[in-house]
Design a protein around this ligand. Structure first.
Ligand code: BGC
Ligand code: BGC
Length: 602
C-alpha cells in the first residue's frame, strides 16, 4: 500500500467498508424477500385427503426461514396497522386481548374483521392461514349479546363436570359463529391465596375439582363441531401461577399477579402439574405459559418445565404459547429474552406488539446459531399440526354468520342452570330461605342488585369488565320482580334510602359485592364489602323483618364482623347474564347444591 497516496488509501478502505456492509446487508435474510420468485413445488399440503403429518412435512419443506419465523408471532389485532403485513411477515396468529374489538362491536363486525385478516394472511406465497385467539373465559363475552356464563369460580362451586362440558360446547358454537377457532381457556390455576385478582378465573383451590372440570371444559370445547369447524382450547397458566405469593409482583401496580411461586418441585408436581397432565391427555391444543417466576426464573425461560417436563415427559403434542408480553419480561435485553424463551420451549410468542423487531431478533438468533433451525422447525411443526387439525387450510372462513347462536335461549338456559348450581348457602337462620313468591313486601338494595356489569365481572366486553347495565341479560332485581306474585310489593333503592313512613317489610334483600376487575388490578389485601354496601345493608336491616344478603364477588369477602346480624347469606360469585338463576334458588324452585370451591372464613 506504500505506493498509494494517503487519499487513495482512505478512498479504497472506505469503499471496501461500504462494499462489505452492502454485501452483509444483502446476505441478511429479509422478510419474505426471498419468497417472491419461488415456485411452490408441491401442493400436497393443500390436499385434505392426506394425513396431517404428511401435509405438515410437505409444507415445512417448502417454507423459507422467514416464513417459519413469522409463524411464531402472535400479535394483538390493534397492532396491525397495515393488513398486508400479515402476508409479508407470514404472521402465525392474531389475538384480541381483553376488550380488543372491532369499532362497531357487533357479531357481524367480528366475523367480518376476522375474515378480513384471514383473507390478508392468505395472500402469502403458501397461503398459510392465521390462528385467531381470544379470551372466551366465561362465554364469548367480548361480543355483546353472547351468553355470559358464571365465571369459573362459580362452576367450581357447582362441581358439575357435565355442566362445564355443555358450557364449553356452547362457547365453541358462539366462537365459531364469529369465525374464531382458538380460545385462551380454561385456566387450570389452583388458587392458594384468594386475595389474588384472578381467583374468579379459576375453578378454585381443590386440585381434584380443577382437574375434573378442566378436562370437561377441554373436551366440551374441542369436541364440538359446527359444520367442519371446531375450536382448540388453551390450558393456562403453566405452571404454579395459582401459588404466587403476596407482595412478590414485579409490577408496581400489582401485589400477587406476575409475581413468584415459592414452592418446591414436589408440590409443583403433586398439586399444580396434575390438571396439566390431564389437559395433555385430553389433547389440549395449546398451553399458555404464566407470568410467573419459579426458582428465580421466569417460567417462559424455564427449559426444564417447558421442554423436559411438558413436552418430553408428558408428551405434549400441541404448541406452547407465551403470555402477553411475557417473553420480554425474561430480560431487558430483548434479543436475549427471545433466545431464552424459544430455546426453553415457547413455540408461539404473544408479543403482542412489535412483530417487526421480533422478526429481526429471530433472524439474528438463527444467523448467530443462538437458536437452531431444529428448534425453529419443531415450533413451526407444532403450530402447523394444530392448524391442519383445525381444518384451517381447508375451511379458513365462516362465510355467513349464524347470529342465532349468540346468546340463544337454549344457551342462556344452560347459563341459568349453571347459576343455580353455583350458588352456595353460607348461612340460613330462622329458615329464612327459600323465600315465598307470595311474600307481601320485599325491599331490595345494594350496588349489585341492578347491575349486569357487576354480575358479569371482568373479561366482559372490556378487559376490566363494565360497571352498569349496557349488557344483555337479566339483573337480579328484574329476576326478583319476575318471580314474585302479582300482589307482592317490591321496592328498590340502591342505597337503601326508603321513606320512613312505611312499616317493616317482610324481607330485605341486599345484593352487594365487588366491582369488576381483571388480573393484577383485582389484587386486594383485604377483600370486603364497601362502606356504601354496608350502609345500604344497615338501612334495609332496620326496615325489614328478615335480611338476606347475596354476595356478588370473584372471591370470598371478609364478612366476619357483620354476618352474625344477618339471617341468610348466599355466595353467588359472578353469575353472568342470567339473573333468574339466582331467583330460581332463592325462591325455592330448585335447592341450593353449590359448595365452596375455596375457603371462606366466616
Ligand atoms: C393473561 C392471559 C390472557 C392474555 C390474552 C394475559 O395478560 O394473563 O390469561 O389469555 O392476556 O388476553
Ligand atoms: C389486554 C389484556 C391483557 C393485558 C395484559 C390488556 O391491555 O387487553 O388482554 O391480558 O393487557 O396486561
Amino acid at each position: 500500500m506504500t505506493f498509494l497516496n494517503k487519499r487513495t488509501r482512505y478512498t479504497l478502505i472506505s469503499l471496501l467498508l461500504i462494499g462489505g456492509t452492502i454485501f452483509f446487508i444483502y446476505l441478511m435474510p429479509k422478510p419474505n424477500s426471498d419468497v417472491k420468485n419461488r415456485d411452490i413445488l408441491s401442493t400436497i399440503y393443500r390436499d385434505s385427503t392426506q394425513s396431517v403429518s404428511v401435509r405438515v412435512e410437505d409444507l415445512l419443506n417448502q417454507m423459507t426461514i422467514n416464513e417459519k419465523i413469522g409463524q411464531l408471532a402472535l400479535v394483538d389485532r390493534q397492532k396491525i396497522y397495515d393488513s398486508r403485513d400479515l402476508a409479508h411477515y407470514g404472521i402465525g396468529g392474531l389475538l384480541s386481548g381483553g376488550g380488543s374489538k372491532p369499532s362497531s362491536n357487533t357479531p357481524q363486525a367480528w366475523l367480518d374483521m376476522v375474515n378480513e385478516f384471514q383473507r390478508s394472511a392468505n395472500e402469502s406465497r403458501l397461503g398459510i392461514p392465521l390462528l385467531y385467539g381470544i379470551d372466551a373465559v366465561h362465554g364469548h363475552t367480548n361480543v355483546p349479546g353472547a351468553t355470559i356464563f358464571p365465571h369459573a369460580i362459580g362452576l367450581g362451586a357447582s362441581r358439575d363436570a357435565d355442566l362445564v362440558y355443555q358450557i364449553a360446547a356452547i362457547t365453541t358454537k358462539e366462537l365459531i359463529a364469529t369465525g374464531i377457532f382458538w380460545n385462551f381457556s380454561p385456566s387450570l390455576d389452583i388458587v392458594q391465596d384468594t386475595r389474588w385478582g384472578r381467583t374468579y378465573e379459576t375453578f378454585g383451590s381443590n386440585t381434584q375439582i380443577v382437574r375434573e372440570l378442566g378436562v370437561a371444559y377441554i373436551n366440551g370445547l374441542q369436541s364440538t363441531t359446527v359444520g367442519a369447524s371446531h375450536v382448540i382450547g388453551t390450558a393456562k397458566h403453566f405452571l404454579g401461577t395459582g401459588a404466587m405469593v403476596w407482595g412478590t409482583s414485579e409490577n408496581p401496580d400489582f401485589k400477587i399477579d406476575q409475581g413468584l411461586t415459592d414452592i418446591d418441585e414436589t408440590t409443583l408436581r403433586s398439586v399444580h402439574l396434575l390438571p396439566f397432565i390431564d389437559a395433555v391427555n385430553a389433547g389440549v391444543g395449546s398451553i399458555m405459559v404464566g407470568h410467573t417466576s419459579w426458582n428465580g426464573m421466569e417460567i417462559a425461560a424455564n427449559k426444564y418445565l417447558l421442554t423436559d417436563i411438558l413436552k418430553n415427559e408428558l408428551g405434549f403434542k400441541g404448541f406452547v404459547v407465551s403470555d402477553w408480553y411475557g417473553v420480554y419480561e425474561i430480560s431487558d435485553n430483548k434479543y436475549e429474552a427471545v433466545v431464552m424463551a424459544i430455546n426453553a420451549g415457547v413455540d408461539m410468542v404473544m408479543l403482542p406488539f412489535d412483530y417487526k423487531s421480533f422478526t429481526k431478533q429471530m433472524q439474528q438468533a438463527l444467523l448467530n446459531g443462538d437458536i437452531s433451525t431444529q428448534r425453529l422447525d419443531d415450533a413451526v411443526r407444532r403450530i402447523m399440526r394444530v392448524k391442519f387439525e383445525l381444518g384451517l387450510f381447508d375451511n379458513p372462513l365462516i362465510k355467513t354468520i349464524d347470529s342465532a347462536q349468540l346468546g340463544s335461549s337454549a344457551h342462556r338456559e344452560v347459563a341459568r342452570e349453571a347459576v343455580r348450581k353455583s350458588l352456595v348457602l353460607l348461612k340460613n337462620d330462622k329458615a329464612t330461605l327459600p323465600l315465598s313468591p307470595d311474600t307481601p313486601h320485599v325491599l331490595v338494595v345494594g350496588s349489585s342488585a341492578h347491575n349486569l356489569g357487576r354480575q358479569s365481572g371482568g373479561w366482559t366486553v372490556e378487559w376490566q369488565g363494565v360497571d352498569g347495565n349496557g349488557l344483555s341479560g337479566t339483573t337480579i332485581l328484574d329476576a326478583i320482580k319476575q318471580t314474585v306474585s302479582e300482589q307482592t310489593v317490591i321496592e328498590y333503592d340502591k342505597e337503601g334510602d326508603f321513606p320512613m313512613t312505611q312499616g317493616l317489610a317482610d324481607i330485605g334483600i341486599a345484593v352487594v359485592g365487588e366491582k369488576p376487575y381483571a388480573e393484577g388490578w383485582g389484587d386486594d389485601e383485604h377483600p370486603r364489602l364497601t362502606d356504601e354496601d354496608l350502609l345500604a345493608i344497615n338501612r334495609v336491616k332496620k326496615r325489614s323483618k328478615k335480611l338476606v344478603i347475596i354476595i356478588i364477588s370473584g372471591r370470598p369477602l371478609d364478612i366476619r364482623d357483620e354476618i352474625r346480624t344477618w339471617d341468610a347469606v348466599v355466595a353467588a360469585w359472578l353469575p353472568g347474564s342470567e339473573g333468574e338463576g339466582v331467583t330460581d334458588v332463592l325462591f325455592g324452585k330448585v335447592p341450593f347444591v353449590g359448595t365452596l370451591p375455596v375457603e371462606w372464613p366466616l
